[in-house]
Design a protein around this ligand. Structure first.
Ligand SMILES: [Zn+2]
Length: 231
């Protein structure tokens, strides 16, 4: 369980206790498989993992690898090698910044000595599917100073400014246009935004900060909350 819970920048917490969202049980696995799990549904993780006791003689390390693999299914991960393994690709998609083939992935259909722990790209997949939220994005002053809580593993923060423009067509029908401006990047956890945007609506504006990990961008986001609220 700790394998999936301890990835930096990932909002997964697997703990023992009840009422359980994921129940592990013993039972027969069809066609000689070791174990099987259900996929997530309705916003909850897959509800069960069924382990065949025919594999009781496996080493503890292999049992741990099997369960880690099945827990990956309860998080919604399919087999990394489902195409070469001739599995149905229905409903599957490749997670961004992960390769088509990863021999080290614990989510290959067969778990063994070479892939008994999470590969770096397994962590990437979890990070992109279950990102933590950047906390405590604070805005002070005008022009604006921003600050936020650091997130371990993030190598860069990109700062964006969002504002709305309100226009009226010939009939007086209002329309709202959302604009998002990139205003800069920093490796620290503070940013000074010295510009102001005249001519735009000065209410309902908001900053957001995206943390970038070395293995792919757009993984965590935090909103400042409105800088000024429209009346
Ligand atoms: Zn599997």
């Amino acid at each position: 369980m700790v394998a999936w819970s301890h990835i930096i920048g990932v909002d997964i917490a697997m703990v023992e206790g009840g009422p359980a969202q994921i129940v592990m049980q013993f039972g027969p696995c069809p066609d000689g498989c070791v174990a099987y799990a259900s996929f997530p549904s309705g916003g909850s993780p897959g509800q069960s993992i069924t382990i065949d006791r025919a594999y009781d003689s496996q080493s503890d390390a292999m049992k741990q690898a099997f369960v880690t693999h099945e827990l990956g299914h309860t998080l919604g991960l399919r087999h990394t090698d489902l195409v070469p393994n001739n599995e149905s690709t229905s409903g599957a998609f490749r997670v961004g910044y992960t390769p088509d083939y990863d021999p080290a992935s614990i989510m290959n259909h067969a778990v063994g000595a070479g892939n008994s722990i999470l590969s770096p790209r397994d962590s990437t997949a979890a990070r992109r599917l279950y990102p933590v939220t950047l906390q405590n994005v604070q805005v002070t002053g005008y022009p604006t100073a921003l600050a936020w809580d650091p997130v371990p593993g993030v190598v860069r923060y990109d700062i964006y400014y969002r504002y709305f423009e309100y226009t009226y067509d010939q009939d007086g029908t209002p329309s709202t246009q959302e604009n998002i401006l990139s205003v800069g990047s920093t490796t620290g956890t503070t940013f000074y935004h010295g510009e102001s945007y005249t001519g735009n609506a000065s209410c309902d504006t908001e900053y957001y900060v995206i943390g970038v990990f070395p293995d792919g961008p757009v993984t965590i986001k935090g909103w400042s909350g409105p800088v000024a609220v429209c009346p």
